[in-house]
Design a protein around this ligand. Structure first.
Ligand code: 5GP
Length: 212
């Protein structure tokens, strides 16, 4: 029996090119998963194969800035020349439905989420080595040489920020990384701080305990 019915807000973060997207897709490919993906909004151009409303909501700079003014984002950032943000409207809805809400965002956005939602579980995905990440960025073939260099520089500034996260997961293989994340989510649900009230309710005891 699960003692906590509310879903977790799980932030997958880490340098660009580390494989956050692939690991996330692996989590979602498992049968009977209980995850919802938070589709971000961005002003960057759509890459071949990306689907509007599934990978991102692709919008203009004007539209994005209007949404910032309206307070429409849980967090947002300006990353390598483009805006990226998590639309607020779906967040509470998804968590109340009991599903884990998975955000796949960079480090600046993760910091904002942790400030606003203290309960969020933050996971820093790291490559097995720096070189592995550089190779991945180069081989991906989705960015120009200039953009690759820009992302490598950004990654180098993000590597040391791992200490800000609840967990570090090495993406040595997609399945290993996804397994570790599933284990983290299971363990987080069992945390006393998340389940104690539900537990007392189950005992039929509505008094608050633990304050003596
Ligand atoms: P890409 O252009 O490679 O899709 O994304 C660039 C970076 O922005 C990646 O590290 C990605 O995880 C991050 N990102 C994607 N969506 C969001 C978002 O909504 N907020 C923030 N802060 N970062 C995001």
């Amino acid at each position: 029996m699960k003692l906590n019915e509310r879903g977790l807000l799980v932030v997958l973060s880490g340098p660009s090119g580390v494989g956050k997207g692939t690991v996330r897709k692996s989590l979602f490919s498992q049968k009977n998963h209980n995850y919802t993906f938070s589709v971000s909004m961005t002003t960057r151009e759509k890459r071949p194969g990306e689907i509007e409303g599934k990978d991102y909501y692709f919008v203009s700079k004007d539209y994005f800035e209007k949404k910032i003014k309206e307070g429409g984002f849980l967090e947002y950032t300006y990353f390598c020349g483009n805006y990226y943000g998590t639309p607020l409207d779906k967040v509470e809805e998804a968590l109340d439905s009991g599903k884990e809400l998975i955000l796949e965002i960079e480090v600046n956005g993760c910091r904002q989420v942790k400030e606003k939602m203290i309960d969020a579980v933050t996971i820093f995905i790291v490559p097995p080595s720096k070189e592995a990440l550089y190779e991945r960025l180069k081989k991906r073939g989705t960015e120009s040489d200039y953009q690759i260099q820009e992302r490598i520089a950004k990654a180098n500034s993000e590597f040391p920020l791992a200490y800000q996260y609840d967990y570090i997961v090495v993406n040595d293989s997609i399945e290993n990384a996804a397994d570790r994340i599933r284990a983290i989510i299971r363990a987080e649900h069992a945390k006393t701080s998340r389940s104690i009230y539900k537990y007392y309710e189950m005992l039929g005891d509505t008094e608050t305990h633990g304050q003596e």
